[in-house]
Design a protein around this ligand. Structure first.
Ligand SMILES: CC(C)[C@H](C(=O)O)[C@@H](O)C(=O)O
Ligand code: SF4
Length: 774
């Protein structure tokens, strides 16, 4: 718990240090994970890996599972089971596979028949599963949401999901510290969504790369928990590994009475609050980067383009490529305007809207629905609006909203009142935009095709989306409706009080009791030798081959592999899906202009990207899987988004950062000329076809060691068993409330019973012996 020395530390440093199980000389840390959230899209391959290696889930009591991305949001009045209810074959298969896995591994699951089901980042906080000072992970980039509680919460890829399931730890490195301080006060009508969109406009989508952001200042302190969650949620859109806010009275108030939080008023609660109150940055703590903003300068903000950094105040005009100095930004602006069907100079408020979506893990909490309902109450949506949807973030949010009569307000004004799920945020279910439809959306990503092929997304706050629905155009909530204080400052606390099943200890004596350990009161240990073996990886030493040039910046993982291909339960066969929207025209014909459709590049082994921030956006490991299946084993770029970067190593691929412009140009010239390039990992050099060195590159020594020896890091981590056990024993003493309680207790009492669904066969390779060595 206490730091090794008394150097002033940031909130992030404190939580990180508190969870180190082991630290290697090169800075690779084995971090203990307190909370693991799981959903259907990024878990099937992880569970399959466990099964192939005969491994168990180490801490079922620290794992919570739900379905959210694929499920329909139509009425569940006649719901019996997922297998009958979900009409699309691949979506159904992914959900029933999850249900099978939940049963096989004895995990707590909120399925579609359970009102606690919802978007994974809504239900974690709602249940009190997310607690201050914890490490929280999920195979989902918006895990950053949970940082609003002062937890260190970040998205991981599927290989890392498997690692956490098997070991309850993760191999990671320290991030930089970035502080974003928003002081002063927000003008009326401005919400936390406007603040975070404004911030992303300031720092850019790569601004937080390699860093954890701490949001602070009087504006942040004045926000409700829900508003704080919306902000931390979108730290990933600013490129950060995570976003954090120091816990305070508002946090503790929110946690009171939550089923999985320590019982309010108990000795355990008091002990927890004492600990949580220490979780703040020391006054002298060092931040690698500081951004200071004044709340009064922020006005309702919306996006105009196809990246979350393309934002503008609602009273602005559509920008022109000439507004940007940087060549890459000029090009990106031109392309975005074409895609969005916008003309430079058009006032934003003159742009008509076709559809309105109020939902997603950013803005589908009760407070968001209240803010939208205030705007639409007694008014009708405009005639030109083809469809307006409200998708509550969870069954409990829906129930609460209905108890307050919000559903009636929405349906009276012409909105559809849906069931909980991710819905049109990414359109993995039937809720999608048609080509060229323009949507006012409270979600977090406006990438090309995000809400439906050729759909056009404008990001904004719930009050602004509701205003757009009534006006029929993008509109300023402040001009149309008298702003209420709830839009500006602290909104009322959430009233949701799900039936508590927790039996928190009442006395100090009970504090050393572990409530929810597996039957034998021990974690489910996976051995590193004998019983648990996993697939090794092919070795990576020297790779020589054709390099395909890609002259783009901020290539997002939605572009590398669109959502429709995420419904697979396999890791292989995704090569045809790589860059799908760029490689194929809407009629299915190849686009001859895209590099991977041209001559020698069809056999490229290396991708040379000349713009920064490759792989930003979602955590989908399907992105490296698709590239690998296409034949690409190495990507060279000036910079990468953090999660994508990690995911490539886990698949025996090598991402190489070349930020020297001259060297990168030389490599790109070789690629453009169709000549081979050699990536020599042993010597850490990139060479031309003749073997002449172009540039040296850096790589973490542990990662290199794993790549050149083809090592699987789960096997390596399992050798740390005694250290993990020692850590867990100390954790039980220091923070006993983190050992599962309530419905997470032994035997999963309280969790929904799952009907068996057959597990289809998949084609992951056979288990074979792996080399084990740190
Ligand atoms: C499916 C999942 C991997 C993805 C993410 O990581 O963000 C999704 O939630 C998204 O919003 O694109
Ligand atoms: S960003 Fe959208 S798709 Fe991703 S978890 Fe949140 S609601 Fe679901």
């Amino acid at each position: 718990m206490p730091s090794a020395d008394s150097k002033p530390r940031t909130l992030y440093d404190k939580v990180f240090d508190h969870h180190i199980v082991n630290e290697q000389e090169d800075g690779t840390c084995l971090l203990y994970i307190d909370r693991h959230l799981v959903h259907e899209v990024t878990s099937p391959q992880a569970f399959e890996g466990l099964k192939n290696a005969s491994r168990k889930v180490r801490r079922p009591d620290c794992t919570l599972v739900t379905v959210d991305h694929n499920i329909p949001t139509s009425s569940r009045k006649n719901f019996k089971n997922a297998a009958d209810f979900i009409k699309e074959n691949d979506s159904r298969l992914q959900c029933t596979t999850l249900e099978e896995n939940v049963k096989d591994f004895g995990l707590t699951y909120f399925g579609m028949g359970d009102k606690r089901q919802g978007i994974v980042h809504i239900i974690g906080p709602e249940q009190g599963f997310t607690l201050p000072g914890t490490t929280v992970v999920c195979g989902d980039s918006h895990t950053s949401t949970h940082g609003a509680f002062g937890s260190l919460a970040f998205g991981i890829g599927t290989s890392e999901v498997e690692h956490v399931l098997a070991t309850q730890t993760l191999l990671t490195r320290r991030s930089k510290n970035m502080r974003i301080q928003v002081d002063g006060e927000l003008p009326a009508g401005v919400t936390s969504k406007d603040v975070v969109l404004h911030i992303i406009g300031v720092i850019g989508t790569a601004g937080g790369t390699g860093a954890v952001i701490e949001f602070c200042g009087s504006v942040i302190r004045g926000l409700s928990m829900e508003a704080r969650m919306s902000m931390c949620n979108m730290s990933i859109e600013g490129g950060a590994r995570a976003g954090m806010i120091a816990p305070d009275e508002i946090t503790f108030e929110y946690l009171k009475g939550r089923p999985l939080a320590p019982k309010y008023g108990s000795a355990e609660w008091n002990k927890a609050v004492n600990f949580w109150s220490t979780l703040k940055s020391d006054p002298e703590a060092h931040f690698d980067e500081n951004i200071f903003l004044d709340g009064k300068d922020i006005i309702p903000t919306i996006s105009w383009g196809t990246s979350p950094q393309d934002v503008i105040p609602i009273n602005g005009v559509v920008p022109s490529p000439d507004d940007f100095e940087d060549e890459a930004r000029k090009l990106a602006c031109k392309r975005a305007l074409e895609y969005m069907g916008l003309v430079s100079g058009t006032p934003m408020k003159e742009i008509p809207v076709d559809k309105v979506f109020i939902g997603s893990c950013t803005n589908a909490r009760i407070e968001d629905l209240r803010a939208a309902a205030k705007v639409v109450k007694g008014r009708k949506i405009a005639d030109n609006i083809l469809r307006a949807m409200i998708v509550p973030g969870s069954g409990l949010v829906k129930e609460q909203a209905e108890a307050e009569g919000l559903d009636k307000i929405f349906t009276d004004s012409g909105f559809e009142w849906r069931e909980a799920g991710c819905s049109m945020c990414l359109g993995m279910n039937p809720d999608i935009l048609s080509p060229k439809e323009r949507c006012a959306s409270t979600s977090n990503r406006n990438f090309e095709g995000r809400q439906g092929a050729q759909g056009r997304t404008h990001l904004m706050s719930p009050a602004m989306a509701a205003t757009a629905a009534i006006v029929g155009k993008l509109a300023d909530v402040r001009e149309h409706f008298v702003p209420s204080p709830t839009l500006a400052k602290v909104a009322p606390q959430v009233d949701i009080q799900p039936e508590a099943e927790a039996e928190s200890p009442e006395t100090e004596d009970e504090l050393d009791r572990v409530l929810d350990m597996p039957a034998d009161n021990e974690p489910h240990t996976n051995s590193s030798a004998g019983g648990g073996k996993s697939t090794g990886l092919p070795k990576f030493n020297v790779l020589k081959g054709i390099a395909a040039p890609l002259d783009r910046s901020n290539v997002d993982t939605d572009a590398i592999i669109p959502k429709q291909f995420l419904k697979t339960i396999k890791r292989t066969g995704l090569g045809t899906a790589a860059f799908y929207e760029l490689r194929y025209h809407p009629d299915g014909q190849e686009n001859p202009d895209f590099v991977l459709n041209q001559g020698v590049y069809r056999n490229a082994k290396i991708l040379v990207v000349t713009g920064p921030n490759f792989g930003c956006g979602s955590s989908r490991e399907h992105a490296p899987w698709a590239l690998l299946d296409f034949g690409i084993k190495c990507i060279i770029a000036p910079s990468f988004a953090d999660i994508f970067f990690n995911n490539t190593f886990k698949n025996g691929m090598l991402p190489v950062v070349v930020d020297d412009e001259v060297a990168l140009k030389k490599i790109a010239d070789e690629a453009h000329a169709g000549r081979e390039v050699e990536v020599d990992l042993d010597n850490q050099e990139i060479k031309d076809a003749q073997g002449n060195k172009i540039v040296s590159f850096n790589v973490d020594s542990f990662r290199k060691h794993c790549l050149v020896n083809g090592l699987d890091d789960i096997g390596l981590t399992l050798q740390m068993e005694s250290k993990i056990r020692t850590f867990e024993a100390q954790r039980t003493l220091d923070t006993p409330w983190l050992d599962g309680s309530g419905y997470l207790r032994r035997g999963n009492r309280g969790a929904t019973k799952i009907e068996a669904a057959p597990v289809p066969k998949t084609n992951r390779g056979d288990v074979k012996n792996e080399p084990l060595e740190w």
